[in-house]
Design a protein around this ligand. Sequence first.
Ligand SMILES: [Zn+2]
Length: 266
Amino acid sequence: MTTPDAISADIDPTTAPGGVRRLTRRIARAGRAALDVILPPLCLSCQTRLPDHDTLCAQCWRRIDFIRPPICDRLGIPMPYDIGETMISAAAAAHPPVFDRARAVARYDGLMREMIHDFKFRDTHHAKRLFGRWLTQCDPIIIEQADFIVPVPLARTRLLSRRFNQAQILANEIAQRSGKPLLPTALTRVRATAHQVGLTRLQRERNVAGAFAVNSFYAPQIAGRAILLVDDVMTTGATASAAAKVLKAAGAQRVDVLVLALVTEI
Ligand SMILES: [Zn+2]
């Protein structure tokens, strides 16, 4: 068994007793009310004064390239037309992913790219509640059908330099909003991988092959269950497929993937 692979200020909703959860919610509500007085609500991007916290102004909102149906049921990528039934893209047919379905909030461009960059590299987590809201609204069905939420783990060396795993922060937000149990350390990285940026699809697959393992402590819980894997960005799906592969080898009946942003070529 390994130690939890991320540091989060939030209480784990899977382990906190009901009383603690209720108290935490009350303190959070009181804290938010006090925050309104001390810090007026501002747009998370341009700092324009707004009526509510944790959101964007209309102008910044328009800079998010939200992914809307029709989409490929396997990869979550936008499709050019709607035929009124479940569609599989040519990319998914040519290289079927190991995971079952992926869904993304938006394309990895414009303001979403800037916000994720700030979230990952500048230690600014003020957008995590908005990210959590977007993720839970993205496809309520895949969240509803999940038994457990599992973040994609960060390599330990990267965790030490960054001090947090952004996927775990997002997974935690989804768990708190949906009430679905979180298994934060069900997956571990068993070997370091090179950065995926600039690699081809095949190189990415090789780079992440064998990078993950299921923590044996959680294997009995995973067997026969539907897992929702959470990450910040998906490019070719090689990382998600490598993680889904070990979850399925451990007996997971279904592995879906939910990410904030998708790198799309269209
Ligand atoms: Zn704004």
